[in-house]
Design a protein. Structure first.
Length: 253
């Protein structure tokens, strides 16, 4: 499957008429959302609203019951395994719990995706690339440490370094500030903005942290009742009269 770049600033990811249920629990019901190339779009919504499921549909961890996901002009519902391999090389996910391998050092965690992609890389090249990625997230000397020796914020940053290992076009952030203290939250928000500015990558962020959403987003989409009920710029969403948006903002205030 040959991936095709959209026009600059054009639609890169499209969720079209998406439906998904787990047993009797309906997660999505005719959900539609477009993410443009180069933007940071944040999806907000209550716990259990399906924000993380949306990201998993994009990378093939969850299959929708109906509708489709289109990435770089390709319908992912007809992806074969080589096709998914190509997609996953372009999209990296920073998981809510960081999902680091506890038995490996930080350096080994960051190196793992590089080795999975190309086992011919020399140890010297791997070490150089790992140091580059750790430096990018402000942890140049953390390589020898184990995840258990890191704070929650540091683990998130190592998770980002690992996500950046193969230079993805898209970064998915699953509840990036959940459980972090205010200083670590500020650092993660700065990193999201830094990745947007320095790497020109496209980002999808899912969160219920409105301070973070206002800080990092180009646009915000509100997920409720299985659908995107409103999407717009930060200022437009702050001024929204949509009842679900207003209720969510007021509850988070």
């Amino acid at each position: 499957m040959a991936l095709q770049r959209p026009a600059p600033g054009g639609p890169l990811i499209c969720f079209e008429h998406l439906a998904k249920a787990f047993g009797d629990h309906v997660v999505f019901d005719d959900l539609n959302l477009t993410v443009n190339e180069g933007e940071t779009l944040t999806v907000i919504g209550g716990s259990g609203s399906g924000k993380s499921v949306l990201l998993k549909c994009l990378v093939g961890l969850v299959a929708p019951d109906a509708g489709r996901v289109v990435f770089e002009g390709q319908d992912l519902s007809v992806c074969d395994e080589p096709g998914w391999t190509a997609v996953r090389r372009s999209i990296a996910m920073v998981f809510q719990g960081s999902a680091l391998f506890d038995s490996l050092t930080v350096e080994q965690n960051v190196a793992w995706p590089m080795l999975e992609r190309d086992r011919t890389l020399s140890p010297e090249v791997i070490a150089e690339r790992v140091h580059q990625k750790l430096s990018l997230v402000g942890l140049p000397d953390a390589g020898p440490l184990k995840p258990s020796e890191l704070s929650g914020g540091m683990r998130k940053r190592v998770g980002l370094a690992r996500a950046l290992a193969n230079d993805p076009d898209v970064i998915l952030w699953d509840e990036p500030t959940t459980g972090l203290d205010p200083l670590s939250t500020h650092l993660i928000n700065d990193l999201i903005c830094q990745m947007h500015h320095d790497l020109k990558c496209t980002s999808m962020v899912v969160t219920h942290d409105m301070k973070s959403a206002f800080r990092v987003s180009d646009r915000i989409a509100m997920l409720a009742h299985g659908r995107i009920v409103e999407v717009g710029s930060v200022e437009a969403m702050k001024a929204s009269h949509e009842p679900d948006v207003r209720a969510f903002f007021d509850a988070e205030a």
